[in-house]
Design a protein around this ligand. Sequence first.
Ligand SMILES: [Zn+2]
Length: 72
Amino acid sequence: MRTEGKISKVAICEKCNGFILAGHIDYIDKQTEKEFTEFTNEGFTVKLETADETRSREFADYIKCSSGFCKN
Ligand SMILES: [Zn+2]
């Protein structure tokens, strides 16, 4: 089923609200799904949101976020 609208799947750092991975849900391949799962396991929040919401986020630094040194 094709999804209407511009919905993206994002992996977000709860601390700085930045995203470390984002993709349009219609175009997410198996490899990317695997990465989302790995980010979930590492404590990042993975969710669906509108593309506009994603655009309002900053691209986060995975290294800093995963070690807890990103800005609040
Ligand atoms: Zn962060």
